[in-house]
Design a protein around this ligand. Structure first.
Ligand SMILES: *Cc1c(COP(=O)(O)O)cnc(C)c1O
Length: 393
């Protein structure tokens, strides 16, 4: 018999009754150090007092009014995002995949209104992940996500990750509207796009008059030690998708864009009942108030350096289990020699939560405000997990 919950997830056999900072307590009393953070969502840890206050204060005032009216918290969050980024304008969604939908629509509408309706293609890359909507799976294009769900939304051109020649050729086609890329691939196995490649993408887009869309749903909002990951490369996109960390655990996403890229999106062309609702935006503002502070980001970088250094030591101590570390800031991947899911399971036994990714990688996505002691503890627990996997293997 089919479970009452549609069985699209293979769930680990634990549930949690309480979270505090980087820690989760399971219903059976076990404690776990949470280095998955709900897949890069709980950017400021569990039950963060500032976020709890923002949400409960808003909950006692107004939950929902719809976008038929002014929403002050939404305006403030849009202003904050515009102030701190390349963007001139913001649309709020409830998730990353909804942000992908709008990013694609916006790019196509831009060219339609510019008298180039043939420009509809979006260039994407193998190993990418843009959500599970029809546009999201068509964008990623992998068999794992698309098989059986055809006909797929047309207009996506899939290239290998890092194939510069194919990209240079594909960008020349007069049907291309945009290039869509994660500055650091998340689900694909924590694969950063080198800074010089992001710069090259910007140049290529400019050369052909096409739009550059960054999917920073996983790598954005302080995760890499900059407010947004592309800042490391010193370039900006035309459109950017945000979600996960911006809500700190409350469902919230956004599409940020320049005025030029967004110029087709006039009244009535897009909408969302819940997007930008007062609750989500109240929390989003509280997250931005903390994360956009340069002093906070400096601490993220310092902690990221400490974690990375300790992980290099872990890898060196377990050459039969791990082969290396990659990633950026507090978005790190342990490349595995043993099977990544076995190590994740051994982590559960040791008391640490991590997230598997493609390419036999384990993702480490701790809350950005974790302590140095928690970093030391995490590497100790990963060491125990590695010992167990080595002795089982
Ligand atoms: C998680 C993710 C998405 C999809 O976000 P949802 O909120 O699950 O819809 C899109 N892009 C990237 C890079 C992601 O990591």
């Amino acid at each position: 018999m089919i479970p009452t919950i549609l069985p699209t997830y293979n769930r680990a056999p634990m549930a949690f009754q309480k979270g505090e900072g980087a820690w989760l307590t399971a219903t059976d009393g076990r404690r776990f150090l949470d280095f998955g953070a709900g897949i890069a969502v709980n950017s400021l840890g569990h039950a963060n007092p500032a976020l709890v206050k923002a949400l409960t204060d808003q909950a006692q005032a107004v939950w929902h009014v719809s976008n038929l009216y002014q929403i002050p918290a939404q305006k403030r969050l849009a202003d904050q995002l515009v102030e701190h980024t390349f963007a001139d304008t913001v649309f709020f969604t409830n998730s990353g995949t909804e942000a992908c939908e709008l990013a694609v629509k916006m790019a196509r509408k831009h060219f339609y209104d510019a008298g180039q309706p043939e420009r509809t293609d979006i260039i994407t890359f193998a190993g990418s992940f843009h959500g599970r909507s029809s546009a999201g799976i068509a964008a990623a294009g992998s068999e794992k996500m698309t098989k059986g769900f055809g006909p797929l939304l047309p207009g996506f051109v899939h290239l290998d990750f890092g194939d510069h020649d194919a990209l240079t050729e594909a960008a020349k086609f007069p049907t291309v509207a945009a290039i869509l890329i994660e500055p650091v691939q998340g689900e694909g196995g924590i694969r950063p796009v080198p800074d010089q490649c992001l710069k090259g993408l910007r140049d290529l887009a400019d050369e052909h008059g096409i739009l550059l869309i960054f999917d920073e749903v996983q790598c954005g909002v302080g995760r890499t030690g900059k407010l947004f990951a592309h800042e490391w490369a010193g370039i900006t996109p035309d459109i950017m998708m945000v979600a996960k960390g911006i809500g700190g655990g409350f469902p919230l996403g956004a599409v940020l864009a320049t005025e030029r890229a967004a110029n087709g999106m006039t009244a009535g062309t897009h909408g969302s009942t819940y997007g930008g609702n007062p609750l989500g935006c109240a929390v989003g503002n509280a997250v931005m108030d903390i994360v956009a502070d340069p002093a906070f980001l400096a601490e993220v970088n310092r902690k990221a350096g400490l974690l990375r250094q300790k992980l290099e030591g872990l890898v060196a101590a377990h050459p039969d289990v791990f082969t290396g570390v990659r990633g950026s800031g507090l978005m790190l991947g342990l490349m595995c020699k043993a099977t990544n899911t076995d190590i994740v399971k051994a982590g559960y036994d040791a008391g640490i939560l991590t997230v598997p990714a493609a390419d036999n990688v384990i993702r480490l996505l701790p809350p950005l405000n974790l302590t140095d002691n928690e970093i030391v503890k995490a590497v100790d627990l990963l060491d125990q997990a590695a010992e167990q996997v080595a002795s089982d293997g």
